[in-house]
Ligand binder design. Structure first.
Ligand SMILES: [Fe+2]
Ligand SMILES: [Fe+2]
Length: 374
């Protein structure tokens, strides 16, 4: 193992420990605002998770051995080593003169992306630390390495704006939410795959419309999303080892719950950033529909149901939920108790409306194996 003190950047690190010890994760500048933002725990902000690590450590990957070994082999070969750092393609960014609303929303986007990346890193690293099962420990080490690089790279971008998220502080002080392992599989699998769909949709859009690329970080999104795609593949294989996870009717209801929660959270969250999407030249409704379509197509590899996003109730429900959340934020800011309760009830009933749209059923293939195709 290389001496961490000689490393200059998380992008070149081969382990999560090296990545976190790299220069660009240290020397935090005025980070109070960003860290406070990252510390928030609401329904809409990225959380940190903990789980029953012993149960996860007991997974036997023999049933999916062939695909497993191929995936691990590819992750070990590390095609993105050295990728997540600035190079000659990184144009300087005029943060000073950025339109204030765009600047605020873009910083919010970067901080929340960094927190989400780091949330994965912390969970995977902890699994790697606690585990004894070689297969599991190897996988989680590789995924933690990638997430530490991703988070480090976003912090590089934030640092240019004079801020950074204090990751060490977050690890110690942010609240951890307990999820039993099966919920970790559903939630993490989905967040990796929807992360892939989000990054690749923006990347392809900006490839066709480069005049909207207002920040160089978007140029890195293709390789980035391939990492997330592989992480999702790993969770698909983990779920495949235990057919109960995706086949019993109770678990199908849980899958539907997580699909609905992840999709609707994304919708509401993105609609809070109108200036950011306008700068990208992206209509957030179009974007949401694109991302849901891609994610649904991908999740057919393991989930026996997808949400009926073409049902007219779907878009209406999302809009109702978004309005309720906007009112909720307003009521919170102005200390209006009854308005707040009313908005919460409306958000809850919008969610139930979305959840009760009949799902689309389909046959799951024998192997989960997929390649990034978008
Ligand atoms: Fe990531
Ligand atoms: Fe990931």
């Amino acid at each position: 193992m290389k001496d961490a003190s000689n490393l200059t950047h998380s992008a070149d690190a081969t382990t999560v420990e090296e990545a976190l010890a790299a220069d660009n994760h240290q020397g935090v500048v005025d980070s109070e605002g960003a860290t406070a933002l990252a510390m928030q725990n609401t329904l809409l902000t990225p959380r940190f998770y903990t789980t029953d690590f012993d149960e996860m450590d007991a997974i036997n990957v023999e049933p999916v051995r062939e695909d497993w070994d191929k995936l691990i082999e590819r992750m070990k070969s590390d095609p993105n080593k050295g990728h997540f750092k600035k190079n000659e393609d990184w144009e300087s960014v005029d943060w000073e003169n950025m339109e204030p609303k765009l600047k605020a929303e873009f910083i919010d986007f970067l901080v929340s992306s960094c927190t989400a990346e780091f949330s994965g890193c912390v969970l995977y690293k902890e699994m790697k630390r606690r585990g004894n099962n070689d297969d599991i420990v190897t996988l989680f080490q590789l995924m933690a390495r990638d997430e530490a690089r991703h988070a480090g790279f976003i912090n590089d971008a934030l640092r240019e704006a004079g801020i950074a998220v204090n990751l060490g502080f977050l690890t110690q002080k942010k609240k951890y939410t307990y999820f039993r392992p099966k919920f970790i599989y559903y939630a993490t699998y989905l967040s990796e795959k929807i992360g892939y769909a989000r990054y690749i949709t923006i990347y392809r859009h900006l490839e066709a419309n480069p005049e909207h690329r207002f920040h160089p970080i978007f140029k890195w999104f293709r390789e980035w999303c391939n990492d997330e795609f592989s992480h999702g593949e790993a969770f698909a294989l983990l779920m495949k080892t235990d057919p109960k996870l995706t086949e019993t009717w109770q678990n199908k209801l849980w899958i539907k719950f997580f699909l609905t929660a992840v999709y609707s959270t994304m919708y509401v969250r993105d609609h809070q950033r109108p200036a950011f999407h306008a700068a990208l030249g992206v209509d957030p409704d179009w974007y949401a529909h694109e991302v849901f379509t891609k994610t649904s197509e991908i999740t057919k590899q393991i989930f026996p149901i997808t949400l009926d996003i073409e049902n007219p109730r779907w878009q209406k429900g999302l809009e109702a939920m978004q309005r309720a959340n906007a009112d909720l934020a307003d009521a919170k800011k102005n200390g209006q108790f009854f308005k707040r309760i009313g908005a919460m009830v409306r958000a809850g009933s919008a969610f139930i409306g979305l959840y009760t749209i009949p799902a689309v059923k389909h046959q799951v293939p024998v192997t989960t194996r997929l390649e990034p195709a978008y």
